[in-house]
Ligand binder design. Structure first.
Ligand code: HPA
Length: 286
């Protein structure tokens, strides 16, 4: 074993240990995985017949450090679909190594899920956006310059080099857009700029990002979407625009405002996600 393999030996068997434990607690196969961002965790309380598994009970899994993120896996039925839901996600700014951030999506893949929905709160860069809008992520700009797929590659999980043109699955985006009129929130589609945080961006960074074609900025989602693209899991990602990003208006960016706007929009966002989940099922039934 070389030095890098000694640090993280993230081969298929490593993740199978987590997956086997979760499988031993359930008697169904989840179809869709959900990772819910800031203040949208309340969706998890709608899950029927929930089986809750604290992250710390799952062998070789990570433990969440953010107060507002609960830190458990919830499995059950949500709007007619069998789901595995992460209540609380892992961010680079908590101090994990990039390589560790693959754990949740690898677990989902081994549980046999067909697709994944990611949500987050993000700052609006596009001046046509307003707090309270939703943005279906079409593509991203990864300012971290690092990938969770760095390090030794296990070809049984995915190829060393892989395409990410469809990291945000076109079919799922089309489905989400077709349901937009049922939602009272404005639905945008745009490019998500990822930087690691925990600081918000500077006004100069936001001007730079707007020129580069970004529509919203945030601190999550991209590591998960890249991990999913690597192992061939379809992803739909939706940002709630919780504030305008730094320098877009005269307001300072404020973490409490982010949580407040997210909470205000949670009910409508939930409704929208429920119709997406319901229609995913009917697509497969056809
Ligand atoms: N920037 C980065 N992440 C965020 C923001 C923001 O303005 N708002 C919510 N998450």
């Amino acid at each position: 074993m070389n030095n890098i393999e000694m640090k993280y030996n993230f081969n298929l068997e490593y993740f199978e240990k987590s997956a086997d434990y979760v499988k031993s607690k359930i008697d169904f196969k989840p179809q869709t995985a959900l990772i819910l961002g800031s203040a949208l965790g309340s969706l998890a309380s709608d899950i029927k017949n929930p089986v809750e598994i604290p992250y710390e009970d799952i062998p070789d899994f990570l433990v969440s450090t953010v107060k507002s993120h609960a830190g458990k896996l919830i499995l059950g039925e949500l709007y007619g679909r069998k789901v595995v839901c992460m209540s609380g996600r892992f961010h680079d700014y908590e101090g994990y190594d990039y390589e560790q951030l693959v754990a949740p999506v690898r677990l989902f893949k081994l549980l046999g899920v067909e697709n994944m929905i990611l949500t987050n709160a993000a700052g609006g860069i596009n001046t046509g956006y307003k707090p309270g809008d939703l943005m279906i992520i079409r593509d991203h700009i990864n300012l971290a310059g690092a990938s969770p797929l760095r390090g030794p590659n296990d070809d049984r999980i995915g190829p060393r080099f892989f395409d990410v043109c469809n990291a945000y699955d076109e079919g799922l985006r089309t489905l989400a857009k077709s349901l937009a009129k049922e939602c009272s929130l404005r639905i945008q589609e745009g490019v998500y700029a990822y930087q690691t945080g925990p600081h918000f961006e500077t006004p100069a960074e936001i001007r730079f990002l707007r020129m580069a074609g970004a529509d919203a900025a945030g601190m999550s989602t991209v590591t998960e979407a890249l991990t999913a693209a690597h192992c061939g899991l379809k992803t739909l990602a939706i940002s709630l625009i919780s504030n305008m990003a730094a320098g877009v208006n005269n307001n300072r960016v404020d973490g409490e405002e982010v949580d407040y706007v997210a909470a205000q929009s949670a009910k409508e966002f939930k409704k929208y996600l429920s119709s997406i989940l319901a229609h995913m099922e009917s697509q497969e039934d056809e």
